[in-house]
Write a protein that binds this ligand. Structure first.
Ligand code: TXA
Ligand code: MG
Length: 339
């Protein structure tokens, strides 16, 4: 299959028309969103949704996020909208925020990975909302990477993974947020945070009160434990490089990197000037949004430069830092040294 790329900066209307044609024909199209690129298909066409799983090589028990263009699109997908979801939607949507609820009969088991719940997001990205609106159906879309590799934050990374697997990629430039949306489940009360992202735990807690942070957000899932979010049990964000997080001050980090051979430092902006080993930077210290915007690109750079042993500065877990830590600790296979 030949994979076409259309850029929305120069050809917005053509991008919309072509993407709509393909999706309405039961095909899969990669689209930009404010978080990462997604592989989109008609939620209500089971064969189309199966093509997403094939293109990604994704296990069929890992459910997809259903993307809608306006709040009114939510009701038909779920069995009642909890009050807290209404409050959250009112305040945050459109946003990098995915909310899980009990699903209605309109959501097939293919979409929900056989769960009785469905994850729904109303994205901020204008193109994403326009394409949902013009297709006239909610779009099921996971991140547009091959299963196991980092989520793509630009069209080139999508192309690297999906060339020959899907007919069309819409190029919307670099994703603003750079990590996937916050996922929170309202299928239980208090609600449970399953994946931290662009809407932070602090912001949500301030609005709706207690939120349980699922164990798998910051820690390794125990052998045999059942993942609240199936995605958490799969290997993720794993570069070839062997990363260890170093929780220390900068001086200690520098000493460690420089006392061993063949270390690549994964550090904050500016720190590369004081380090004598090869470095990849991933954003400003104490600025989770700057770190998230760089993180996945920076992880890919490590592999592009053939990095072996990598020591990474440890982000703090407050605000947007939680989303960065959650991805980075997985890239490191949960290896962390506290010095
Ligand atoms: O930002 C994003 O969320 C991107 C863009 C394209 O919207 N999408 C994305 O989708 O990251 P995906 O499929 O790569 O990640 C969705 C995560 C997975 O870990 C999945 O297991 C979990 O959400 N999930 C989806 N539906 C669920 C459900 N009903 N219950 C529990 N977890 C669910
Ligand atoms: Mg993904």
């Amino acid at each position: 299959m030949k994979t076409e790329v259309i850029n929305i900066t120069t050809e917005y209307e053509k991008a919309l028309t072509e993407a709509k044609k393909l999706i309405n024909d039961g095909e899969v199209v990669a689209i930009p969103t404010e978080t990462v690129y997604g592989l989109a298909a008609n939620t209500f066409n089971e064969d189309a949704v199966k093509k997403i799983f094939m293109a990604k090589g994704r296990p069929s028990d890992n459910p997809l996020i259903v993307h809608i263009a306006k709040f009114e699109d939510l009701a038909p997908l779920v069995r009642g909208i909890p009050e807290k979801v209404k409050i959250m939607a009112e305040k945050f949507w459109p946003a990098p925020l995915t909310m899980i609820m009990k699903k209605s009969e309109k959501i097939s088991n293919v979409v929900s990975g056989n769960l009785d719940t469905v994850a729904v997001r109303l994205p901020k990205s204008q193109f994403a909302r326009d394409i949902i609106e013009s297709c006239g159906v909610p779009l099921a879309a996971p991140s547009a990477n091959l299963s196991g590799s980092p989520s793509p934050t630009n069209a080139k990374y999508v192309f690297d993974d999906m060339n020959g697997r899907i007919p069309l990629i819409i190029d919307g430039g670099s994703s603003e947020i750079g990590v996937e949306s916050t996922v929170i489940s309202f299928a239980e009360d208090p609600p449970r945070l399953l994946r931290p992202g662009g809407v932070t735990l602090e912001e949500m807690t301030e609005l709706i009160g207690e939120i349980v942070v699922d164990d798998a957000v910051l820690n390794q899932l125990q052998e045999g434990a059942v993942a609240a979010s199936p995605g958490m049990k799969y290997k993720h964000y794993a570069p070839t490089a062997d990363i260890t997080l170093i929780k220390s001050d900068f001086e200690t980090f520098k000493n460690l990197c420089e006392s061993e051979d063949n270390v690549t430092a994964f550090c904050f902006d500016g720190e590369e000037n004081s380090l004598s080993c090869p470095c990849v930077t991933y954003g400003k210290e104490n600025d989770g949004f700057s770190q998230s915007a760089r993180l996945f690109d920076a992880l890919r750079e490590l592999d592009e430069m053939g990095a072996g042993k990598v020591y990474a500065r440890c982000p703090d877990t407050k605000g947007m830092g939680m989303a960065v830590y959650n991805r980075l600790i997985r890239s490191a296979g949960f290896k962390i040294k506290i010095i």
